[in-house]
Design a protein around this ligand. Structure first.
Ligand SMILES: CCCCCCCCCCCCCCCC(=O)SCCNC(=O)CCNC(=O)[C@H](O)C(C)(C)COP(=O)(O)OP(=O)(O)OC[C@H]1O[C@@H](n2cnc3c(N)ncnc32)[C@H](O)[C@@H]1OP(=O)(O)O
Ligand SMILES: Cc1cc2nc3c(=O)[nH]c(=O)nc-3n(C[C@H](O)[C@H](O)[C@H](O)COP(=O)(O)OP(=O)(O)OC[C@H]3O[C@@H](n4cnc5c(N)ncnc54)[C@H](O)[C@@H]3O)c2cc1C
Length: 671
């Protein structure tokens, strides 16, 4: 009908999809949230945020960096007021920041500045700084990376030279490359920073240590004398990470009291004597471990948002087919669309469960550290580094894949996907470049294997390496497709591939005269072995999760299908490694692919239910394509007319630029 700007097709499509779902979506929401009580808290907070006009984010992609940072300060201040007025718990306050959904200085204040003080400050220092930080009487950031060095933390150049005559450290940036560069919240918001600098006393360099430095006045926010500080500029894409004031910082012989050295790991006496506390130096990396654990949890959240948008839109969108009064085919019914979409859906759940496990592992190591038990620290480091690496790499890639799955409309900012990608993609770099982090895992694997060589079995996530002799010699026994649908069969395949890849690396290193040179030479193989090991962890934790009780009808059955989608998809995507290590034959691989296709058929009627179970509000998704009601086209049309370019009928550039050319051409052609 001409002039009718409504379109019932989208809402009808999603209603129909929801009527086909075979499991209890409400029960799955509880599984996803991690329990009934947690779901209730999350529902309350996400509704609170969605209904608060200060947290509106619709216009964000069109705003410049300056405005975005100002608005993010407004949102942070408003959020802090809410925490206080409603007497929120720390968890509730974190959820508010989470659903506000915008990177900002407060993330670094709460997420790194405070944890760094907790992890590296003495009790006395914590008593002094934490109440100030928790009341936000000071705002802090984490100033580690410099213009010249990020990954190589030991290469940092900022100096902190102890002056015993004044009982002070003198902070100084000796070169251009020593400029602190990147710290979030540093550019415009922070009054204080945890600064990583080389501790020099009595003429000796003791390496990188953490100091608290005040950088801006608490009266008027101007930089303190000797401090040069500012923002480093616009990043990557509109919206995205531009709500954050990533900064630069230089010190010109700035004096701070001796007590501002965070002294849990080492102290300097008044006389300038350096004294180690006996704690392992790795504790100095504690804030990074904590944020990496957090990032692993976040991956499932970002992935689930992207796949919600792509799944709902794929059910609404129709292309080809139809005729004879029949509608065209929903793009979600194309097998190629399913083969790209459903593994992402399954990965969201897989990452959620490994994130849950990561939280327990992290809490356990924190409890141990309290009683000076450092035994599990290397494993926690390897797990946080490795899982951070593979979960963020996959999530970033998959957000982009979801955008492509949404065709042209995915490229519009109103799809929510470009902004989601812009905000997420730096997580592949920050908190450790993903390649560098895989090397840390590889080193851990090589150490674990050398333990096996010495007759000692590794524990925890590397325990399977204790069976390396069997895993390296016994090949897969699958003869019929259905045999793939077995947790143990799948897990063994992943363990065998990882053990064989790690074993091959260890052999090469054993033969090499120079270990470090060999590590560099075979670094690609090391990275592959590390990735394979991390996939063992995810598959293992998903399988373990499946042993638990699940509420509601059909939830366990569909999660089981997702387990096999996740794992069989990985096997087919990494087929070269499963084949080249000799564990699988090409016939067995073909059988795995058949089973994967069969699993896709089981996911299909449940796809919209599975994304509904994430429980994302329309505010949180910020996407017209992913709207809960499926009313996509009328809202895309409406949004186009909200575009500021359409505020005037004739473009502002017409008079100065277009009109003269058009008039000129007109005269030339004498029309
Ligand atoms: C929305 C609401 C919620 C908000 C919630 C807050 C979230 C918050 C948002 C954050 C938003 C982003 C904010 C980005 C913030 C940055 O990006 S901060 C900067 C992060 N920078 C990095 O990650 C640098 C990466 N580099 C490194 O981690 C290290 O330098 C490297 C690569 C591990 C090398 O370290 P190294 O000391 O030179 O050398 P290495 O010999 O390899 O290591 C020494 C020993 O320490 C161990 N080790 C190394 N690292 C560790 C570690 N981390 N732990 C334990 N042991 C370790 C090694 O295993 C080794 O052990 P041994 O073999 O000697 O037994
Ligand atoms: C948005 C954002 C926010 C950030 N926030 C903060 C913050 O709050 N505080 C802070 O201190 N820092 C922050 N950072 C800095 C961040 O932690 C570093 O950028 C990150 O650790 C990577 O280090 P780099 O930049 O030195 O990369 P580089 O190490 O220079 O990496 C460049 C390339 O070299 C490769 N490479 C480097 N070394 C090796 C090697 N040994 N072997 C093989 N390949 C290698 C890397 O894989 C990569 O491909 C932030 C960065 C970003 C992008």
């Amino acid at each position: 009908m001409a002039g009718d700007l409504t379109d019932p097709m989208g809402p009808n499509a999603l209603r129909e999809e929801r009527s086909k779902v075979e499991f209890d979506v409400e029960a799955m929401k509880v599984v996803w949230a991690g329990g009934v009580e947690e779901k209730n808290i999350q529902d309350r907070i996400k509704t609170l945020v969605a209904n608060d006009p200060v947290f509106d984010k619709k216009s964000r992609p069109g705003l410049d960096h300056k405005t975005l940072v100002k608005l993010s300060m407004k949102k942070a201040a408003h959020a802090f007021k809410l925490f206080q007025e409603q007497n929120m718990t720390e968890h509730e306050a974190t959820l508010v920041r989470y659903y506000v959904d915008e990177p900002g200085f407060a993330d670094l204040h709460w997420g790194m500045f405070i944890p760094a003080i907790k992890g590296q400050g003495t009790e006395e220092q914590q008593k002094k700084w934490l109440p100030l930080a928790q009341k936000m009487s000071i705002i802090g950031c984490y100033a580690q990376t410099e213009l010249g060095h990020g990954s190589n933390v030991q290469g940092l150049e900022t100096e902190a030279v102890f002056d015993p005559s004044a009982d002070e450290f003198v902070l100084h940036s000796p070169s251009l490359t020593s400029t602190k560069w990147w710290p979030g919240g540093l550019g415009k918001a922070s009054t204080h920073a945890v600064v990583y600098a080389r501790l020099i006393t009595d003429g000796k360099d003791y390496g990188v240590h953490a100091f608290i430095a005040q950088i801006r006045s608490l009266e008027d926010h101007h930089p303190l004398p000797g401090v040069t500080v500012g923002d480093i500029g616009v990043k990557f894409s509109n919206g995205g990470y531009n709500t954050m004031d990533n900064g630069l910082l230089r010190f010109d012989h700035v004096r701070i009291p001796r007590e501002n050295l965070l002294m849990r790991l080492a102290t300097v006496t008044k006389e300038g004597k350096y004294v180690k506390s006996g704690y392992p130096k790795q504790l100095g990396y504690g804030a990074m471990v904590s944020v990496r654990a957090h990032i692993i949890n976040d991956a499932s959240d970002f992935l689930s948002r992207a796949v919600t948008i792509a799944t709902r839109y794929s059910a609404v969108r129709r292309q080809f087919g139809g005729g004879d009064g029949k509608p065209e085919i929903q793009v979600i019914d194309y097998k190629s669309q399913q083969s790209r979409l459903f593994p992402i859906l399954a990965s969201s759940y897989a990452f959620r469960f490994v994130g849950e496990w990561m939280t327990t592992l992290y809490d356990d190591v924190m409890a141990r550290l309290q009683v000076n038990d450092f035994t599990t620290l290397p494993e926690v480091h390897a797990c946080t580094a490795g899982l951070k690496s593979i979960c963020t790499s996959y999530t970033a890639k998959s957000i982009e894949e979801c955008r492509i799955l949404c065709g042209g409309h995915g490229y519009l900012c109103s799809s929510g996907l470009p902004e989601l990608y812009g905000a997420y993609v730096p997580s592949c770099t920050y908190e450790g470049d993903n390649t560098i982090l895989l090397f840390q895992v590889a080193r851990y694997l090589i150490k674990s294997l050398s333990q096996v060589g010495g007759g000692k079995n590794p524990t925890g996530t590397a325990a399977y390496l204790g069976n390396i002799r069997r895993l390296a010699t016994e090949n897969c026994r699958v003869k019929q497709g259905a045999e793939w649908l077995n947790y143990q069969t799948v897990l063994e395949a992943f363990q065998a591939r990882a053990a064989r890849l790690s074993g091959a690396c260890a052999l090469k290193l054993n033969k090499a005269p120079d270990l470090e040179a060999a590590f560099e030479e075979y670094s690609t193989d090391m990275g592959e072995a590390a990735q394979a090991h991390c996939q063992v962890i995810i598959v293992d934790k998903f399988a373990e999760k499946m042993k638990s009780e699940f509420p509601g009808k059909g939830t366990k059955d569909i999660l089981e299908v997702l387990f096999f989608v996740y794992s069989l998809d990985l096997i087919t995507r990494h087929a070269a490694e499963f084949l080249s290590t000799g564990y699988l034959t090409s016939e067995q691989l073909a059988l795995a692919k058949d089973q994967l296709r069969a699993c896709f058929r089981k996911v299909r009627p449940n796809a919209v239910g599975l994304v509904d179970a994430f429980g994302h509000t329309d505010h949180y998704l910020g996407s017209i394509l992913g709207r809960y009601d499926g009313d996509v086209y009328p809202n895309l049309y409406k949004a186009a007319w909200e575009e500021p370019l359409n505020d005037t009928v004739v473009a502002e550039g017409y008079e100065p630029y277009l009109r003269p050319i058009l008039k000129h051409q007109l005269r030339q052609s004498k029309l």
